[in-house]
Ligand binder design. Structure first.
Ligand SMILES: [Fe+2]
Ligand SMILES: [Fe+2]
Length: 280
């Protein structure tokens, strides 16, 4: 029996809001007149945030040969937009690090998958010369956040859902809609809206499994969609549905991605994945 919209929205409202320190840092990064040292000082007032930004900045994904030792240096080298997305990443990490039985995800499962999709999305933008790398990182990081809410419902109907998928040849997302009444992508969009994050993020997250339905940001949605599939191929999946939500050929066409591009990307990512600290 499908659940009611009010029921889902009530659950969305019970999710924690983003920490004030992170919101203040993110607001400062939006103003290009902000002083580098003022921004570094504000980050430094939240030791956990500061440590997380430095750790992320020094991960192999940024490729700096030299260690970034101070916050001011991180701000200068990475730029305001990247500091913005690393701050959001630090803020949502504790929420994403949670066991989701419905999706067969252990405590680190959703976090690792989300971070990797964010990192791949940014990389994909660089390769395709799309100037939306940081938005793509953020969208990738948050794409499956709806699972935090939907997992409980999936848990109730899990076996039935899987059986139906086999019988009716539908995707996992289509089955979530049919059986539960909502899919995790739509519910993810509700959460992003509830957090007052920008509309392109709401749209992209809502459509990450069917990016051709996006009317606002079809290219961004396609990037996240492809990155999600690549993360699953790399074995860092988003749970039980990892291989039950197929790759949309429309996305490859929109991004003009060929099979050899995908192979090169996977090889590249394989190297980076050998860094044991990327999911810290
Ligand atoms: Fe998803
Ligand atoms: Fe995913």
């Amino acid at each position: 029996m499908p659940v009611k919209l009010e029921h889902v929205l009530k659950r969305v409202e019970t999710l924690p809001i983003l920490p004030t320190s992170a919101t203040r840092v993110m607001n400062l990064t939006k103003n290009s007149d902000t002083d580098v040292n003022a921004l570094a000082d504000l980050i430094g007032q939240d030791p956990a945030l500061a440590a997380s930004i430095l750790r992320q900045a020094n991960s192999a994904f940024y490729g700096y040969a030299r260690r970034i030792a101070s916050l001011a240096e991180a701000v200068v080298l990475l730029g305001f937009q990247t500091i913005h997305s690393l701050t959001l990443s630090a803020a949502v990490a504790p929420m994403l690090k949670t066991e989701l039985t419905g999706y067969s995800l252990d405590q680190e499962g959703l976090w690792k998958h989300s971070l990797l999709v964010g990192l791949i999305s940014r990389k994909l933008c660089r390769r395709l010369r799309l100037p939306i790398g940081e938005t793509a990182f953020t969208a990738g990081l948050l794409h499956d956040i709806g699972k935090l809410i939907l997992s409980i419902y999936v848990q109730e109907v899990g076996g039935y859902l899987l059986k139906k998928i086999e019988q009716q040849k539908l995707s996992y997302v289509e089955m979530e809609q049919k059986v539960i009444g909502f899919d995790h992508a739509t519910v993810g969009g509700f959460i992003i809206k509830h957090w007052n994050l920008p509309e392109p993020l709401v749209d992209t997250i809502t459509h990450h499994h069917y990016p051709e339905k996006s009317l606002v940001e079809p290219v961004l949605a396609a990037v996240i969609h492809v990155a999600n599939v690549l993360a699953n191929i790399l074995g860092v999946g988003g749970g039980i549905d990892s291989f039950l939500n197929p790759l949309r050929p429309e996305s490859l066409a929109l991004l003009k991605l060929k099979e050899e591009d995908i192979d090169l990307l996977l090889a590249d990512l394989g190297d980076l994945m050998s860094d044991p600290n990327i999911f810290d």
